[in-house]
Design a protein around this ligand. Structure first.
Ligand code: ADP
Ligand code: MG
Length: 703
């Protein structure tokens, strides 16, 4: 396989547009992309024809608008190119400019959180010119995919992409105002993102035997506790043959789609792996991460695996996350979070780092809310996962530098129009920072910040919207100050100094997994929101609402509608877990236990030649003890399950409000845990042959 030959083969790249349309149209297309011009129907018509011809030459029969509704997956509705002429009913392949620009999917089947009343259920998809169209090959044939945004009849955002694109504009504008003070000439500044995706691969035949894995993507029963298995030795180990064959196909699929798949390796847990792409401008990275997740599931299935994207498929083991590497770059590729080589670059770097510190401290709540989900609640704070407290790792050198500036030990000077730090005082910032940063939720890693709380199964759009918006708003505030200042160098010093004094509490370079950090972070007054329901509230604080509104990212109404969807989805997720827990106990575990108990009684009877009744009256043999133990556990399980069923039946009748969500979080989750804990003891108490579904050892360690 030659990567260069297949890379981007299925993408309608800019080069392909250039080759296929007249020069004038291409130039117009470019200025529309840059936002300098509005899209005309003439341009759309010419481009749509070129796109259609390219797609058909490559075997496409259908096209679809591809969008990212407020679920975690993308949506598509395929239409074939087939049409008939009016004159003589001859077949033609039709795809016009208007087919390209707008689509009208049946919006009523997508969540709107009440924004869309049934009498105006229409929703529109609109072409997103910043993300290229592409071809997908699968069992349905070849289809042309057009990335779009999704809006309601009244123009309200019904997707994750539109707010994300708007947030990019916020940080672009603010950064441009800032960089000119650091002698950087730029036309645009865009956030760059590289999302490292973790996942598990489990043999299909096992998944088919487990209702929990099949329907919720995670196990609701099972544990490795009793086996004492050492599960940490797999990292960077040899990739198993069968997984290797999967990875080969997976990479090929991604490369054809223009997804720059770069790194792959085993992860900490058995059967866990990671794929990391080369970073891209954030809107492309968002689209491409969706393609990574979709391709993972599709290609895994071809190889007899199920790809589990859930954050915590297996209890007491490493879960899956997505490290969202984030930085800012000019159109020429200059990375603004690179510490740089000279004093001027270093000052610019510290200035941007200050904006990130302040944004993260002030908006920690929204940041946390943007990565909260029922699945992530199970992961954060657990094995090898960041704690639920937001903090930033800077490393000791960088922290010391900010410390020194805050105490005026380093002075930023104006010297021949160049703003510089006192040259002799600037230590280099080492790239290889200590391993401690692995425990940090938001770590500076040399020339970018890595946000590690991101749940593996979710779209990265919301997190990146929040990062762009919050950091952008602080950069704007800083730019206002610089614009007004008569001594810019002094003002830069003031800003860095004040920011560190006021927001330095968010910096933590120690062990984020430790108990001490929980205590210390509380002393510092940092938020520790450890579940989705409590975190979700952060989106609707006045601080958040006014921020979103000020920058026209989302209106209050739109935010509240998203809140409804968030709470409903949380409740529905816990509800489904509870229902499946109950069903697995009643239809699989209990019958197995009763059979096992019966078998033991017969053996006991044969052994002791005494009546069963006598056993129940007392005695102290091994068999008697085992029977009693089993009897007690079965009793506990029955009781636990009944309690869960009873409370669930009550809550089922309630409306899906935030208050109901709290009950699911604080009552149903612990009731489920109790059932699971008992069942997990039973699993290692009874005969292996009697356990009704594959165990962790079967699924994770069988060759
Ligand atoms: P590590 O493995 O230590 O986390 P890597 O250098 O391998 O770090 O990068 C991990 C991810 O970070 C990759 O997806 C990479 O493309 C991405 N990345 C690197 N530089 C940037 C940047 N400037 N902006 C955004 N992402 C970046
Ligand atoms: Mg990483």
């Amino acid at each position: 396989m030659n990567i260069q030959e297949i890379y981007g083969k299925n993408v309608f790249t800019e080069e392909k547009v250039r080759e296929r349309v007249p020069k004038g149209i291409f130039n117009e297309f470019k200025s529309i992309q840059k936002g300098n011009k509005k899209l005309s129907s003439e341009v759309a018509d010419v481009i749509s024809l070129a796109m259609r011809d390219w797609a058909i030459e490559n075997g496409a029969t259908h096209y679809t608008h591809w969008f990212q509704p407020l679920t975690e997956i993308t949506a598509e509705k395929h239409d074939s190119f087939l049409a008939f002429t009016k004159e003589n009913n001859a077949t033609i392949m039709e795809f016009s400019g208007s087919n390209l620009i707008v689509g009208e999917p049946d919006a009523s089947s997508f969540p709107s959180g009440g924004l869309r009343h049934t009498f105006e259920a229409r929703g529109y998809t609109a072409w997103d010119l910043s993300s290229p169209a592409f071809l997908k090959e699968d069992a349905t044939g070849v289809t042309l995919y057009i990335p779009t945004i999704f809006i309601s009849y009244h123009g309200q955002a019904l997707d994750k992409k539109l707010p994300m694109l708007r947030s990019m504009e916020v940080i672009n504008k603010a950064s441009l105002r800032v960089v000119k003070y650091f002698n950087i000439e730029a036309e645009s500044v865009k956030p760059t993102v590289g999302a490292e995706q973790e996942y598990f691969l489990i043999d299909k035949s096992y998944v088919n035997l487990r209702k929990d894995l099949l329907l919720t993507g995670k196990t609701l029963f099972g544990s490795l506790k009793s086996t004492g298995s050492q599960v940490k030795e797999h990292y960077f180990a040899h990739i198993p043959e069968r997984v290797g064959r999967f990875m080969k196909d997976f990479n090929e699929e991604l490369w054809k789609l223009g997804v720059p798949a770069k790194t792959q390796h085993n992860e900490v847990a058995p059967c866990q792996f990671e794929i990391a792409p080369v970073f891209e401008v954030s809107n492309l990275a968002v689209d491409h991460n969706q393609l990574v997740m979709e391709s993972l599931e599709k290609i895994a299935s071809r190889h007899g695996f199920v790809a589990l994207l859930h954050e915590k498929p297996f209890s007491n083991m490493n879960g899956s996350g997505k490290h969202n590497n984030w930085s800012l770059a000019t159109e020429k590729g200059q990375n603004l979070l690179d510490p740089g080589k000279n004093p001027e670059e270093r000052t610019r770097f510290l200035f941007f780092v200050s904006a990130i510190l302040k944004a993260t401290d002030i908006y920690a709540g929204i940041l946390k809310a943007s990565v909260s989900s029922a699945g992530n609640d199970l992961r954060l704070g657990g094995h090898e996962a960041p704690p639920s407290i937001i903090s930033i790792f800077l490393g000791s050198e960088l922290t010391q530098m900010l410390e020194d500036i805050s105490q005026d030990k380093i002075i930023i000077e104006k010297h021949k129009e160049i703003i510089s730090l006192g040259v002799n005082n600037i230590p280099d910032i080492p790239k290889d920072l200590t391993d401690r940063n692995r425990t940090s939720p938001f770590a500076f890693t040399g020339n970018k910040f890595e946000f590690r709380m991101m749940p593996s199964s979710r779209s990265i759009a919301t997190l990146n919207t929040v990062l762009n918006l919050t950091v952008g708003s602080i950069l704007e505030e800083f730019a206002d100050r610089l614009d007004k200042s008569s001594d810019v160098a002094q003002e830069i010093q003031n800003i860095i100094k004040e920011t560190y004094i006021n927001h330095g509490r968010i910096v933590f370079n120690g062990d984020g997994y430790s108990e001490e950090w929980k205590i210390e972070s509380e002393r510092r007054g940092l938020l520790n929101l450890n579940n989705t329901i409590d975190s979700a509230k952060e989106f609707i604080t006045e601080k958040s609402l006014s921020l979103y509104e000020r920058y026209n990212i989302l209106t209050r109404e739109e935010i509240f509608s998203r809140q409804i969807i968030r709470v409903e989805s949380y409740i529905s997720s816990i509800y489904t877990d509870a229902k499946i827990t109950i069903s697995m106990v009643n239809t699989q575990i209990m019958p197995a236990l009763i059979k096992c108990f019966g078998k033991m009684l017969i053996v006991y009877k044969d052994l002791s030649e005494v009546s069963v009744k006598k056993y129940l009256d007392g005695g102290s043999t091994y068999m008697e003890k085992s029977l009693k133990k089993l009897d007690k556990l079965i009793g506990d399980l029955t009781e636990g399950c009944e309690n869960l069923e009873k409370r669930l039946a009550e809550l089922e009748k309630e409306e899906a409000t935030h208050a109901t969500g709290e009950k699911y979080c604080r009552e149903i989750v612990p009731l489920m845990k109790k059932v699971r804990d008992t069942a997990d003891i039973l699993e290692v108490t009874i005969d292996k042959e009697d356990w009704p579904f594959p165990t962790y050892v079967d699924m994770l360690f069988r060759a």
